[in-house]
Design a binder for this molecule. Sequence first.
Ligand code: ZN
Length: 298
Amino acid sequence: MDDLVPPRQADISYETEHPVRYETAGPVAWIVMDRPKYNNAQNSQMTYALDDAFRRAIDDDAIKVIVLAGEGKHFSAGHDIGTPGRDVAKSFERRLLWADHVNKPGAEMLYTREQEVYLGMCRRWRDAPKPTIAAVQGACIAGGLMLAWVCDFIVATDDAFFQDPVVRMGIPGVEYFAHAFELPPRVAKEFLMLGERMSAERAHHFGMVNRLSTRDALKADVQAMAEKLAEQPRLGLWLTKQAVNHVEELRGKRAAMDAVFHMHHFAHAQSDLTRGDSLGGQDARTMVAANKKQAGEG
Ligand code: ZN
């Protein structure tokens, strides 16, 4: 969900050199998104730091379980569409075998970038050979959903909420299209087309959230669950995870995501052709205002 004409390189101003913290607690690695000032909006700097952290946790045989968490009030506000650290125009050393996106013309730029940093990275993290738990508090919006969904388990506080409002941009959901696998189809349509917040309780009802917790208890609850998982045999956990993921593939998850990824990019291109930007005339400010209005926060 990025502008077609990227900001100049010089415009990027990172508020931190370390947008992700890596901590361990016994056999558990805590990967913590650490841009609380921007509600953990995900720029590429964070994406590659997350990938480094997953690599580190996977390489360490003493780590049995990986937790993905967010520092501050919210888990994640989604992809970075408006902070000073927004870095869509910057080249990074790719982790998948894609070309650099920066010098590509027209719709090819975003298509190339999002293959790597959104769809590709999410699939890569989903396939991590160790159990992963998302610890979610507050907002889990759009690109934030992708981060929670790639984890094997989601534990959410009672005040957490989930939302994908990108239909407002003319886009049929975020790049990692798991909506209709995480939710029953009719509920997925409601979630996408109305773009409303879904409470943790309702998400739990549909099985999208494994367990409910509270702000005070989230860390301890997730750590306890992780330690219980860590008692199981390593290979047994990996094989079990692969078995269930394979069932999702047999139900068409990967093929469905590939199809929708192309609709997503058709929508970006249509928006650019008709309005001159790829986000349907929306930016972080207008999206936040519309979300607040819809949530009745005035
Ligand atoms: Zn996009």
